[in-house]
Design a protein around this ligand. Sequence first.
Ligand SMILES: [Mg+2]
Length: 512
Amino acid sequence: MRLAPDLPPSVRRLLFEAGVEAEPPIERRIFTNRDLNFDNVPVVGFDMDYTLAVYDQDAMEALSIACTIDKLIARGYPERLSKLEPEPHFAMRGLLVDKRLGNVLKQDRHGYVGRAYHGLRALAKAERRATYRTQRLGGERERFVPVDTLFALPEVTIYANIVELLDRHPELWSGDRPSYAEAWDDVRACIDEAHRDGTIKDRIRAAPGSFIERDADLGPTLHKLRSAGKRLFLLTNSLLPYTDALMTYLLGDAMTAYGSWQAYFDWIVVGARKPTFFREPAAFVELDGTGEPSGSEVAVPQRGRIYQGGGQEGLQRALGVHPDEVLYVGDHIYGDVVQSKKSSGWRTALVVQDLEHELAVRRDFAVELADIEHLHRLRAQLAERLSQLRHVGRTLERFEAADVVAFGADPGEADVLLETSRANLRRRYDRTRAYFEEVQAALERREAAVDRAFNPYWGSMFAERHETSWFGAQVEDFACIYTSRVSNFLFVSPSRYFHAPRGRLPHFEVFR
Ligand SMILES: [Mg+2]
């Protein structure tokens, strides 16, 4: 049974309570990169920010901009920055900032730069290729900064606007103007400060409802996992007061069977310092209800208590299962998924909230996408034919009348024959060339329309032209499964076998 995407959560929950196994709307499916038998996973862990807690990205961007701009102006940046309007589409995950040149880039899985902006201006193809054609990016750690968390997106928008001001209105700086690289470091420092001194988190704590979506399916999802005998843990870098405010908002009164959010979890670790948590052993400090250390430090956390710090090794001992029987659900490619996979051996689920929009566009533009696929194949065929015709043309140019006679032509007609063949070939070439250009133009028009729907600046987050994007490749390489939100587990059986599509190399296709 397929559920309509707009079915109210209360109705969906009713169906679930009634034991109706329903196929979710496409936006809420779970996708598999690597086989995972959920039946063999007795322990499931969760990150909090952007995983259990789904932030409203527009509200977060407005808040981050408001909290950061004041700090930048205090450092001598122009007052005009206070007029900066949020542009929720400009930044997305998987981009790369080139600090030295003030550019923001999107790469495909091979590191080819497919799109680039200098400030808010798109680089033309020639300029982009001249700048980034030969280098393998990312190697220069000082110069290139990956944008891999949703918390980092507002930085990119602020930075691009500062680059614009530096280029267009240098007179707004009274003293020395910062270089592009210094401007990036200043933006980073100001946002860090706003996170550290509580400017941002205090505002969210005071009104979680303005920044976080309360997902009515979340409580029932965790309950379903627990009812199937799985044990759950919370592992977050946020400190207890903030964690408590958000989790109370999300789960505090979600289900009558649970008196508090803590009741959903067997183990709770806050202030975990991931990714260091996965690499270095450290003691767990037990906290009292107010978030203050209650004195005892332990190597292995106990159930039903709240700890700060610690390391993966100690937590693993507490869980009492083999590492590959643990599924960790997080949103941060590096901090949650790459590190935990490399150092801990846990299986990983990545939450990518943008996936809902991505899938909605793929559904709404299915016909256009099929058309693009077809035009792309056609263009490749035509390009191959053009190169064949060029090769024949060059060969024919080198021929002389004597060669044609040697192949058996009448000497009196050799010149005419050669000329006619050349003229025929030119006509064929011109016709094919015109067709190629028509297909190319149609392809560009359709791609532009679909790209605008994905993201007006960058197109699809998971693809770059006809290749997987850098971000998409990371999702594929590091996440065993991925989905748009935690509550999508409500739609799958706790003993589901997640099957990955079978791996393929081009030569596998030969014998199909
Ligand atoms: Mg997170």
